[in-house]
Write a protein that binds this ligand. Structure first.
Ligand SMILES: [Zn+2]
Length: 176
């Protein structure tokens, strides 16, 4: 789960990754100073999409904020309006959720439904979010996708949002 995103022009019909369309989108954007970074990010997206396809994971770009991993359909949903660099970070993070679920399948299925709304659920979920970012960083290293201060800022920004969410969710609930 990632909440929030940065505005960037949307091309129509871009639910699946298309390198040419993404390059066109970068060239049409008003963020001229970021163009080199964004074009590099399109290269990283190309690598990531192929990595996911090899694992039977589809990536769907749509009008939404941030991203989401849907374990039922094995889809990663990603904002179509975010900058390519943010899309790379979002997809890495959602891959991190897929890896988390693969490792913790037995634990999560049986217990999470029953505990939704509880303090424990909120705290556990926070743990999953941290791990998803760490997993994403490991995949980036494997694929030689460099992560710099921009990744770190985004990671912190997202984690701060989850901490707020977990804290507000925990209040007023008994954890039995
Ligand atoms: Zn998440």
């Amino acid at each position: 789960m990632i909440l929030g995103s940065t505005w960037y022009p949307i091309l129509t019909g871009m639910s699946r990754f298309d390198r040419e369309k993404w390059i066109e989108r970068v060239e049409n954007s008003c963020y001229v100073s970021r163009r080199t970074r964004d074009l590099r990010a399109v290269d990283h997206l190309t690598v990531l999409v192929a990595w996911c396809q090899a694992r039977n994971i589809e990536i769907d770009f749509r009008r939404m904020t941030g991203g989401e991993w849907d374990p039922e359909s094995r889809f990663i949903l990603c904002s179509s309006s975010a900058r390519p660099e943010k899309q790379v970070y979002t997809i890495l993070h959602e891959i991190g959720h897929w890896m988390y679920e693969t490792r913790h399948a037995a634990r999560s299925q049986a217990t999470t439904e029953a505990r939704k709304g509880s303090v424990r659920y909120a705290v556990d979920h926070l743990g999953e979010e941290y791990e998803a970012w760490n997993n994403g960083a490991r995949v980036a290293a494997q694929l030689s996708i460099p992560l710099d201060e921009s990744w770190e800022c985004y990671r912190i920004e997202c984690l701060a949002t989850y901490i707020d969410w977990a804290s507000s969710r925990g209040k007023g609930y008994d954890d039995d």
